[in-house]
Design a protein around this ligand. Sequence first.
Ligand code: C2E
Ligand code: CA
Ligand code: CA
Length: 956
Amino acid sequence: MANRRRRTSVYGAAALTFGAGLAVTAILFVAVSALEYGKLELGFQQRANVRVAAIRRGLDDAVEVLSMTNQLFRTVAPVSREQFHTFTEPLVLRYPFIQAFNYHRVVPLAERAAYEASMRPRYPGFTITELSESGIATAQQRDFYNVVDYLEPLEGNEIALGLNAGSNPSVRKAVDRILRTGRPAATALIQLAQGSVGNRGFVMIMPVYRPGAPTETYEERRAAWIGDTAAVIRGHHLVYTILQNNGLLDDPQVMLRVYAGDARDADNLVFSHGVQNEPESIFEGLHRVLGLNYRDRDLRKFDVLGTSWSVRIDALPRPFLDDHLGSLGTLLGGILFSLLSAVLVHTLVMRSRRVQLLVDARTADLQRSNERLNADVAARKHTERALQDSEQRFRRLLALSSDWYWEQDSQYRFTNITGAFFEKGHLTKENYIGRTRWESYPEMLNTKWGREHMARLQARLPFSNLEYSIVGNDGVTRWFTTSGEPVYDAQGNFKGYRGTGSEITGRKLAEQRIQHIAHHDVLTGLPNRMLLQDRLQQAIAYANRSGHPLWVMLIDLDRFKFVNDSLGHKAGDLLLKTVATRLQSSVRESDTVARLSGDEFVAILSEYPDESLSPAIVERVMKALAQPVMLEGKEFFVTCSIGVAVYEADGTPAQHLIEHADIAMYSAKKRGRNCFQFYQPAMNEEAQERIRIESALRNALERNEFVLHYQPQVDMETGRIIGMEALLRWQHPELGMVPPARFIGLAEETGLIVPIGAWVLRTACMQAKTWHDAGFSGLRVGVNLSARQFGQQNLVASIAGVLAESGLPPSALEIELTESLFMNDVAQAVSLLHELKALGVALAIDDFGTGYSSFSYLRNFPIDVLKIDRSFVSDIATDADDAAIIISIIALAHNLNLRVIAEGVESEEQLEFLRRHGCDEMQGYYFSRPVAPPEFEQMLQEGKQLDGGQPALLRA
Ligand code: C2E
Ligand code: CA
Ligand code: CA
């Protein structure tokens, strides 16, 4: 729709332009045409003027000549024929168009005869003639005659001589006019008497009056008129000559007609030149229509001696283009120009339209891109805001986190470090900004981590948790950690590094503490087993380097367990601390003293050039430790056993040094404590065996290598077997029967005692149940419980389970515990014992007397039996103290309603002693060694009894 309108307007503009162009062209064409016609007319007028003027001049000349002739008659009277001839002859020569000069004499009728007579002498036969229809004839009788008297030149004009000019009507009219007006006159065109027909001309006549006569009025003039002078003029000749002489006949474009007389007809046509034949052209017609005042013909009138002359001049048509080149050019040019303008306008409009369309399209594009830009700007603003937010958050977080942010240039020089770093570190900003890390921290160049860090930077790698310490302006060393990453610009050029840092002094110190704790014994502050290994490696390395030997000393306190058990943990701890201090001060400062475990210490002694190692050092240590220690107000004497392993820097393996020292220490202990032993390879064999046993022990249970032996327990009063202790035996295919002493400890250490113990309990209960079922009901079975088992969570439940499974009445089970089991946590032990007791089982304290030596706790424990340790029994005969202890134990037990059973009764003597002091039961070789179940069953079947056992009745 809009397009169509636009298209119309496009053509409209072109059409309008074309129309306007045409209008202008038309106006221009008219104007130029007008100019052209103006010019043409002017030229034509000019030509006409020139020609008319020339003709008039010629006629004036003729009049002038006539006047001169007439003047002759006025001044010379009378004028002779000869005079007339003389006077006119040159004029005739000069003006060839003058046919003749005449003097017409007025001859009244009365004087006709006389006159004719006077003429005849000169012109024989002379008579007055006149023109008639038949030609010239003798004049008829008239009142007067106006006779051609003088005639010059006569030659050729003879016929006119004597002619009554008045017979010619034109002449008569002219004469009449002269007399009436008093002025000369000319005739109309007349056929001249002279020459051929068609020799036409006219006569100019001037009157000649009688000298002196008045000529004011017609009558006077009529009266005074005696004749007249006339010039016969050949009209055509006259005009032709004039025009010819003036070169005015050469112009072919001018048609000229000269008429003498009022009517412009053939009769009056004096002269004609040029031909008009072309019809009016369209252009002329157009011009006429347009009202252009163009005249191409002109009529000029003038008076020649009373005769009206007219000259009609016609412009002959010329080649149209000659005169109208301008207008035509204008017209064509205008049309062409209009056309071109229209085309141009059209083109321009089209172009402007295209431009407009383009502008529209661009505008739309622009609008779209503007919208996009707006969207972009909005998005960017959003992003900027988000960025600001995140920046703000980043800064807040930085501020809150107490971390800092840093930037380095491509030369790793710090360009920016946020303030926290300087505040936290008490550092001066100028020492860091503009410098590399190693410029402000030159130690880096000499350290491994420093060089590694620099290598990472060279490789443009990110780094994290680079830790370093700096001493601040306040002299405090602080620790820092930093992480960074390389920065590249959009072109991928390396711009430097940036990262964050934080102070980690607190963490570092904690770490150091943890490190210390991890490597040191909490109680004594000595290096622990871990640090010991480290120190040992260093010492070995030193020994290898220096070639000097190295000693590893293992110190184990004698009877520390006794102190701990009897005086409590606090005293034990104090003792250990004291020992640690003494050990440290008894060796050189460079030597390491470490706590290995419980009451075991290790000292590493390196040999130095100035002081070689000797047994004296070991003795010095022992001596230092042997000093009395004050514990709870009492003096205690501590002894130790020391094993020493020597590392000769001769390439002997170093990894077993502590083991060897341990072996040597065991050896020292075996020798009777408070002494030291140097490790010898032989000692190692025992240790080796332990290791062999340990590995074999792991498979023993599943290989069914365990068996239980049973040792009878006998009632002292009746002498009968009332129960048995289950004792574990290990039948190893290679080692043979391994006694418990050799593997129970190991089984405890390794934890294997737990499954083994469970097996023992189950087997013993089943066996007891079997014997019950076999008729020996009432038999009680004692099962040893190790410390490891006692600590088991599900101990009570598993015992209950075994009882339920085997069907053994709980009262038939007696669980043997050692005092040390429940000395660590008495309260817990008490509750556990109550739980066990609740099951209905009996509880016995095994090896009684070797431990606490304190009876006070027995009161609180739900115990049923005390088993007097074998060591007291064996010394009954020799040691009065032990005998006294046994007596007091029995008394105490009975006091607490406990049964007492003596272990390891081997002799009659011992048995008697025990019996005498009221011991309830006995167990020992004296009655029976522990035996395999079949043998035990045999004893039961046989009804084996204690010899010498006195019936209860007797005793009572
Ligand atoms: P214990 O509980 O004190 O066991 C008594 C030990 O004394 C047994 O040694 C036994 O053979 C021995 N014995 C008995 N009468 C005499 C005697 O008249 N003279 C001498 N010299 N010794 C006698 P055994 O069987 O070698 O057991 C040693 C230790 O191994 C036991 O000491 C006990 O602590 C432990 N043990 C044995 N079997 C088990 C077990 O099944 N579980 C646990 N946890 N420990 C066990
Ligand atoms: Ca026992
Ligand atoms: Ca025992």
